[in-house]
Design a protein. Structure first.
Length: 470
RNA sequence: GGCGACGUGGCCAAGUGGGAAGGCAAGGGUCUGCAAAACCCUGAUCACGGGUUCAAAUCCCGUCGUCGCCUCCA
């Protein structure tokens, strides 16, 4: 069985065939660091984190590149407003974003190139495009000549003459064609600038991604990803630049995630409709956000609301419920029941892989995991010991790990430290219950709950766990 | 105006020609001093209208609705 990926370029699911067997070269458009990142950025990063983890699970060696756009108009504007150096500003937001990603359990990229570190490559590329007649300079600006690219528009399904140039923005009369886009912008006084044959300036937005791809992955790559708002013009322009220069097909698979909606509207920095990742994490867990992303198809728009994220949080708890140990003092289940649990674990893994192979159908994969959750909880209710449950639990943890869900607390040193004291309280409470002093026993339970310690009584005794955990 | 996506039970959502997954919520039950958890049970004329087919949530046409892109955007 092979992996199928929906390719925006062909609008079909295609079998993944990498340039080099067993290796995937993958590039995902990162963020422009002029402000805090929001949960829409988090969604995109998470979608590609899941894809990357799954490819690795299926045995691919993944070289994963995600860039930072650390010089552009908005960064300069914001820095000027604050009387701050633009590079100090961008550096701060890069650090913050990397922390956000770590907090969300998103694996770091193999390389995180920055536009400002790629100037030599960018200038070389622009030179090459000018030499080939694909670009021209005007007053220190350099533009890409879209007419020279015969299949311009094929990613976004547009024809040059169909597009209403200037429909929403004034046409720059100096351009040969309104759709020609900037490769290089001449510097205004006081702006950060680099030396180039056409004068001082800085790169346009699209060229940096082409340059970084060339530099860090080569002329051809396997997967190029990003939000579907980047299809046009950003990715269209990347294709135009890179292919005009190399004469080779650029990315084999173009993968785009749907956008996150907040109260029915796209979240975006420019409209101010957004929730930052920092704000999100003060209210909810990283697992819940991942669960939210996993329960829907990555290509569809995703609605965000408190109700929906709470549902996701409950879903995570249900997955976690299957990892609890067996009841103490039971005889275990029959060997047949144990075999059946093992069969369910194998069936779940097979269904999981089949779903994920089909264009990363995470919702389907989760569905099979919940089948295993039920089987585990049934076995426990039937008297399985921890040892009986362990192999199937290991499978569940394995699959959760592939999706990047952390079902067990990464660091339970807090629990270990608290354990003797809570144990003491539970012993005390047990005595009170024996004496039928239920008001006092219930009081202790409530006070512990106020401290996020959830106490559960069973026939064999009381157990506790944290009621809120990232 | 052009291009594209989507509309499945109260909420989220998978499934794209032949048995409507799963999660959350709700109700009933088992267990329990109570609670919680877990387990068992309960629910869908798949937006609407035509058409193709032995057979349609799934394919085709149309209508309505929601959203994205066409400007910077994940």
């Amino acid at each position: 069985m092979s992996i199928k990926i929906y390719n925006t370029l062909t609008r079909k699911k295609e079998e993944l065939q990498t340039l080099e067997p067993g290796k995937v070269r993958m590039y995902v458009c990162g963020v422009t660091v002029y402000d805090r990142a929001h949960i829409g950025h988090a969604m995109s990063a998470m979608v590609f984190d899941i894809i990357r983890r799954y490819l690795q699970y299926r045995g691919y060696e993944v070289r994963y590149v995600m860039n930072f756009t650390d010089v552009d108009d908005k960064i300069i504007q914001r820095a000027n407003q604050r009387g701050e150096d633009p590079f100090t500003l961008s550096e701060r937001y890069i650090r913050e974003y990397q922390q956000n990603l770590a907090d969300l359990n998103i694996l770091p990229a193999t390389v995180n190139p920055r536009a400002t570190n790629e100037m030599a490559q960018i200038i070389t590329m622009i030179n090459g495009l000018i030499d080939g007649g694909y670009a021209y300079s005007v007053d220190g600006d350099v533009y890409f000549r879209v007419k020279m690219d015969e299949d311009y528009g094929r990613l976004s399904g547009r024809q040059l003459d169909e597009m209403q140039a200037g429909a929403r923005i004034e046409v720059d009369e100096r351009k040969e064609n309104p759709l020609d886009f900037a490769l290089w912008k001449a510097a205004k006084p006081g702006e950060p600038a680099w030396e180039a044959p056409w004068g001082q300036g800085r790169p346009g937005w699209h060229i940096e991604c082409s340059a970084m791809n060339l530099h860090h992955l080569g002329e051809q790559i396997d997967i190029h990803g990003g939000g579907n708002d980047l299809i046009f013009p950003h990715h269209e322009n990347e294709i135009a630049q890179t292919e005009s220069l190399t004469g080779k097909p650029f990315a084999r698979y173009w993968v785009h995630n749907g956008l996150l909606n907040l109260s029915g509207e796209k979240m975006s920095k420019s409209t101010g409709v957004l929730i930052t990742i920092n704000d999100y994490l003060t209210q909810h867990s990283a697992n819940a956000f991942r669960m939210l992303v996993l329960t829907s198809a990555y290509r569809n728009p995703l609605a965000f609301s408190n109700e929906i994220i709470e549902q996701a949080e409950r879903g995570v708890e249900r997955l976690q419920s299957a990892l609890r140990p067996g009841m103490p003092g039971t005889d275990g289940i029959s060997s047949e029941a144990e075999r059946n649990l093992g069969k369910q674990a194998d069936a779940t893994r097979a269904a999981f892989i089949a779903a994920m192979d089909d264009d990363f159908n995470t919702a389907g994969a989760l569905g099979s995991m919940f089948d295993l959750v039920r089987a585990l909880n049934q076995a426990r209710a039937d008297g399985a010991t921890s040892g009986d449950l362990e192999p199937a639990q290991a499978t569940l943890l394995e699959l959760a790990g592939v999706l990047g869900l952390r079902l067990q607390p990464e660091d339970d040193s807090g629990s270990q430290a608290a354990d003797p004291f809570i144990g003491l309280l539970l012993d005390l409470r047990q005595d009170l219950r024996k004496q039928k002093l239920f008001d006092l026993a219930d009081g202790i339970r409530q006070r512990l709950l106020d401290l996020d310690v959830l106490v559960e009584d069973t026939k064999e005794g009381s157990s506790w766990r944290w009621s809120k955990r990232a």
